[in-house]
Design a protein around this ligand. Sequence first.
Ligand code: SF4
Length: 82
Amino acid sequence: MKVTMAGVAVTGAGALGSCMTGQPVARGAGTTPKSMARYQNSPNKGRRCGGCTHFLEPNACEIVAGEISPNGWCRFHEPRPA
Ligand code: SF4
């Protein structure tokens, strides 16, 4: 149930982003290059994509473009609320 609700919220955010920019947003995924986000394929001090509010199951991000790992990390990490 929790995953379903997150999916609905992300879809809404993606639609809003598309409307605001005029650019198509693929399933809520981001467009920021990994290099700009300083993305890495491993956690940083215990912080990881799987625990980030921007993470999209199973391997995408609302901010960073392309495929990411649940065990990755970037400078936009925001801990998911408990
Ligand atoms: S840590 Fe960065 S790449 Fe990973 S889900 Fe969060 S914002 Fe996206």
